[in-house]
Design a protein around this ligand. Sequence first.
Ligand SMILES: *[C@@H]1O[C@H](CO)[C@@H](O)[C@H](O)[C@H]1NC(C)=O
Ligand SMILES: *[C@@H]1O[C@H](CO)[C@@H](O)[C@H](O)[C@H]1NC(C)=O
Ligand SMILES: *[C@@H]1O[C@H](CO)[C@@H](O)[C@H](O)[C@H]1NC(C)=O
Length: 554
Amino acid sequence: MLFKLFLWFLLAVRPGAGYFNLFLSQAEVRKLMGLEAELFYVREGVINQYAIKFVVPVPAQVHKLHFTWENLAGRPLPYTMSVDISNPSALSSSLNISQAGEIPVGGLQTWALALHCGPYDAEVDLALRINVSLSSRNTTSVDFRRKKICLKDKSGYPGPEEVLVAASGSTSGGQVFYAAIGCACAFIAAICVLVVAYYVRDKKARRHRDPLQESRGLSSACSVERGTGVGPAQTFLSPETPPPLSAASTSSYRRLDDRPSRELHERIQEITVQRCRVRLLSIEMEGTFGKVYRGSYHEEGATSSTDVLVKTAAEHASQSQVALLLREGLALYGLSHPALLPVLGVSIEDRGAPFLLYPHTGYRNMKRFLLRCKLSSERPPRALTTQEVVEMALQAAKGVQYLHRKRLVHRDLAARNCVVDDDLRVQITDNALARDLFPQDYHCLGDNENRPIKWLAIESIVNKTFTTASDVWAFGVLLWELTTLAQQPYVEVDPFEMASYLRDGYRLAQPINCPDELFAVMAYCWAMSADERPTFSQLIVCLQEFHTQLTRYV
Ligand SMILES: *[C@@H]1O[C@H](CO)[C@@H](O)[C@H](O)[C@H]1NC(C)=O
Ligand SMILES: *[C@@H]1O[C@H](CO)[C@@H](O)[C@H](O)[C@H]1NC(C)=O
Ligand SMILES: *[C@@H]1O[C@H](CO)[C@@H](O)[C@H](O)[C@H]1NC(C)=O
């Protein structure tokens, strides 16, 4: 199953007239991406467009990039090359072949681009441009893009990217740790394969009665009305405010919700809170039509108030946006699991914007948390170890497993829809307001439906089907987000091309310093056929195994 994934390096090239090959050797691919494959950028004169687009991160410990080319033309081919560096004071480079010359006939030639980091920590983009003249009027141009990570003092405190593989508590014993993991690796991979193989058989037997093959049809209008007027924090609670959203009464969401409207109506009544009992303290996050506040809620009869998070729509939000907020906000209502954050209360009074209340126990949005880990250069960075990543993933997996047992499909698992506290306790939330707060994560494919395309399983993109197996796919992307500290997935790929990109066998690449075992788990989640993907119960077994191995050697 895993081999399928590696195929993508070898696809997308057609045999052509045959002028030259340009590729990375297996040793080079292993060094940069941790995979066992050669990576052809140009095969017989034809450029592998997918591979070219990919910005390869160059880890801090790698100082030389090797390229291999092969002249197939039977005569010397003239080339020119140049290197472009985004920040020349942080990085310089040198080639061990001349910038203009000829690709020699006969045999392979390997050459190297050496990278010399400057005196400070940086992430530097570089582009290597090569022109090869096939004839006087036919030139092939290849553009390689790399992101070099420079760490000033590699022996000292490791940067956030590096920390990912270090065991907690170890700052210098990285080599030893690697060796230990190496031994554990094969064993765990074998276990995972066995579990998955067993499971596929088991699942096939009962797939035909999986009641979760539902499509709850929670779509949202794509065209978010962009407004500018954003009222002061208090306005929506004040009774003097004119009722801008008075039309957002129960009737509007009844129409849009597919659940029996009576049931939803009852839910809302059960948890309706009085507006005057909520006090807003500070803005936590802000989007175009929605906001998230920290606040406090004083329950009737209670002696003290509790901290809450308040999700609300702005006054200029449209009815459909409000309806969506409520519908999505109530998705997890009534559930109880340590790894889920269900809504605590709701208000849809006619006067003022509707809002949703969540218990607030010192957590933060996980995507923001990860980004902050990545960007923290001034203070000691909050290092995430592989062990911590696995622990966080395990909690999230247990939350989703519980959802699936309750016959619910989340449909939008992602770091943005999780929260995490200082003790790295993870809870999964609903996706109310996520489109508004993380607009870059959602795309419309010309159908007026704003969807998290890059987190979706292929069948969800193509057929809009959502099942427990599509949640598994998204969980794989969530794992990838955890190990990359919330990089944007497939940043190079046009959302419109995602379906064919995935169909061609391409997947997210193994993040720098992501252990093979963890990447294997992700890879299983991205099996083309839903039947081949593991369930959350199996994912938990795999992650637990890996976690045991990690802690055994600490
Ligand atoms: C240049 O060479 C390529 C590779 O064989 C060929 O497909 C293409 O048609 C040529 N273009 C021109 C303008 O001659
Ligand atoms: C490659 O060719 C293009 C135009 O064909 C030119 O603009 C560019 O400067 C060339 N690059 C190098 C490295 O020679
Ligand atoms: C460039 O350096 C690499 C080692 O870093 C070596 O393998 C290769 O043969 C060199 N190429 C040339 C053309 O000198």
